[in-house]
Structures are given as structure tokens and as C-alpha cells.
Design a protein around this ligand. Structure first.
Ligand SMILES: [Zn+2]
Length: 341
């Protein structure tokens, strides 16, 4: 390594693990992805110890001294502003209200940048698409529905308080079979997350399995808890099972319907869908259901240019950064911030 060369670490703190990567001054990844346990429930200082271990391993894996790490990007699974986590988080109590960014910067002696996991993954998808220079809207259906908006140049739009792009909690006008708006994990009713998350799959499956048409379905005759059955839905859908396909079809449609409103607000040009569905064999079908929902709600101009029908005004792609996209996004952010200063 050349004398004086700088490196930038991205640390993606999840509920169970910390995924981390290192990039160089040209934003190229150096060395392997490093994964350590996050131990977030034991308090932030315990996790800081884990971050130290990850940083040591990153430096070792890249064959550089740890002192060559000139900046750190950190993401947490909670809304935060100015490096402080706001409100409820799936972390130990002492994380909330603490200046996490400031304390880590002091401990490591380098600048630290911090955001939430949705924003981080959005930047990661931007960073791995070297040829895409416009903006990018990212959504990831999973346990919930995370999201982020990257502006041209690679910065995320976080809002005045770090509370922007809570895309899972915009409302959609769909009623459940009981005639009610479904309740969301956030406490509100009718959120899109209540249709496209893992929790939604459980509720939908329970409703479907009460219908006579599925009486002989393997999931209807099984004694397994509904959580486990919902978990198996992706495998069933991959095999073309009619019940599983109908559930994912509705989910995709409603996600597309909500995306139409987001695209109407942001006109991002590129929508990237992440989360576990990006890894499934039926993802092409899922994307077609998303587009059906999108077309149901969006004006045609948001799909194709009225001047040239070959020009797509909004492109839809699956995420390509995989598991590492949030860590890559934060390494990229640390590099951008340090090199710009
Ligand atoms: Zn909600």
C-alpha cells in the first residue's frame, strides 16, 4: 500500500450481527466482508467492543495498519438524527438518547457518520451501480418495509429530523377479509407495511387457510404454528403453489400501488427493491405483480415517456448488493464525507 493512502470502513449494525467492509479512496472494496456478533442488547459499549474487533479484522484482511482507516460509516436499525437514536429501537436501552456517533468518533479518533439501515442500504445500491448518476428510491420488504432515497451524487435524503422515508407507514386503501384496515406494527391502521411485511404474510395466510378452497392444502392440514407456515410460503411460491402465489401476488400489487405514490412525489427514475425476495426464483413474477399495482395507480407518464415510448421514465430493478449493501453504503458515505472535507 502506498504511503498515506486512506481507507473507509462501513459498519452495518443489525439485531444479531455487525456486517462490515472496507473501501479505498477510489471506493473499491478492499479485503473480505467481516461479520461479528452485534450484542446490541448488552448496551452500546459492548457493541463498541465488537466494532473494534470488526475494524481490526478489516485492517488485517486488507493488509493495512488500522491507523489507515480514516473514517467510519455506521448504520443502526432505528431512526436517528445527528448521531443520536430517537425513540423505540430493537436495541439495549442505553442506545436511545446517547450521542452514539460522537462517542464512537472519540473512541476511534476518526470522523464517524451515522444513519438508519434503510438509508444505508439505499446508498449501497447506489454505490454498486457505478453507471447510475441520478437519484434512486430503495424499498426492502422484510420483517417490516424499510426504504431510503439517494439524491444525485450519493447523499441520502434524511429530512429535518432523520425521520424521512419511513415508506412502510404511508397508507394504502386496501381492506382485509374482515372488512377492516389491517393494524400495523407501528400502531396505526392501513400502513403498506401491514400488507408487505413478514407479519402481514402470517395474517394473510391465517385468513386464507380458513377458506374452503384451501382445505386440502399441505399448509391447511399441517399442525405447525402459523409463523413457521408463513416462513415456508416462499418455497411454496417458488414451486408455483396457487395459495402462495396468490398471497405474494397481492403483496406485490399493493407494494407497487404504494410505490406509485412515492414515485409521484420523488420521481426518482430508478426504483430498487431489496430484501429477501431479491434472492427468490419467482422474483420476475413478483416484479410483474409490483408493476401491475404501480400501473393501477400511477399515470402512464411515470412508466414511459409520452415523447418516446422506448424511454422508461421509471426503471425497476432488484437489489444487487445482497447482504452487504448497507455496509457498502456506509463505507461509501464515510469516503464521500471525509474526502469532501
Ligand atoms: Zn405503520
Amino acid at each position: 500500500m502506498a504511503e498515506g493512502t486512506s481507507f473507509f470502513a462501513g459498519l452495518d449494525i443489525g439485531g444479531t450481527t455487525v456486517k462490515s467492509v472496507l473501501v479505498d479512496e477510489r471506493a473499491e472494496q478492499v479485503g473480505p466482508l467481516v461479520e461479528v456478533r452485534s450484542r446490541v442488547k448488552e448496551g452500546y459499549l459492548t457493541t463498541f467492543g465488537q466494532l473494534d474487533e470488526a475494524l481490526d479484522k478489516l485492517a488485517e484482511g486488507a493488509g493495512i495498519p488500522r491507523s489507515a482507516i480514516a473514517g467510519i460509516g455506521l448504520d443502526v436499525p432505528a431512526p436517528s438524527s445527528e448521531g443520536v437514536i430517537w425513540g423505540k429501537a430493537n436495541l439495549g436501552d442505553d442506545w436511545v438518547g446517547t450521542d452514539i456517533r460522537g462517542k464512537l468518533a472519540e473512541r476511534c479518533g476518526v470522523p464517524v457518520f451515522m444513519t438508519n439501515d434503510g438509508n444505508a442500504a439505499a446508498v449501497g445500491e447506489y454505490a454498486v451501480r457505478r453507471k447510475h448518476l441520478g437519484s434512486l428510491l430503495f424499498v426492502a420488504p422484510g420483517t417490516g418495509l424499510g426504504g431510503g432515497l439517494v439524491l444525485p451524487g450519493g447523499r441520502t435524503y434524511e429530512g429535518a429530523n432523520g425521520l424521512a422515508l419511513e415508506v412502510g407507514h404511508i397508507s394504502v386503501p386496501f381492506l382485509e377479509d374482515d372488512g377492516q384496515l389491517p393494524r400495523c406494527s407501528c400502531g396505526l391502521k392501513g400502513c403498506v407495511e401491514a400488507w408487505v411485511s413478514l407479519v402481514a404474510l402470517r395474517r394473510r395466510l391465517a385468513f386464507e387457510l380458513q377458506k374452503p378452497q384451501w382445505a386440502t392444502h399441505p399448509l391447511a392440514v399441517s399442525d405447525a404454528p402459523v409463523e413457521e407456515k408463513a416462513f415456508r410460503l416462499r418455497d411454496f411460491a417458488a414451486e408455483g403453489d396457487a395459495l402462495a402465489v396468490s398471497i405474494f401476488k397481492r403483496q406485490g400489487f399493493i407494494l407497487g400501488y404504494a410505490l406509485a405514490d412515492l414515485v409521484r412525489v420523488f420521481d426518482p427514475g430508478l426504483v430498487v427493491i431489496g430484501g429477501g425476495l431479491a434472492e427468490t426464483t419467482f422474483r420476475d413474477d413478483y416484479m410483474s405483480w409490483v408493476l401491475e399495482g404501480f400501473d393501477d395507480r400511477a399515470w402512464p407518464v411515470y412508466r414511459r415517456s409520452p415523447l418516446d415510448s422506448k424511454v422508461e421514465t421509471t426503471q425497476f430493478e432488484w437489489a444487487i448488493g445482497g447482504d452487504a449493501s448497507a455496509a457498502i453504503g456506509m463505507a461509501y458515505t464515510a469516503r464521500e464525507m471525509v474526502m469532501a472535507s
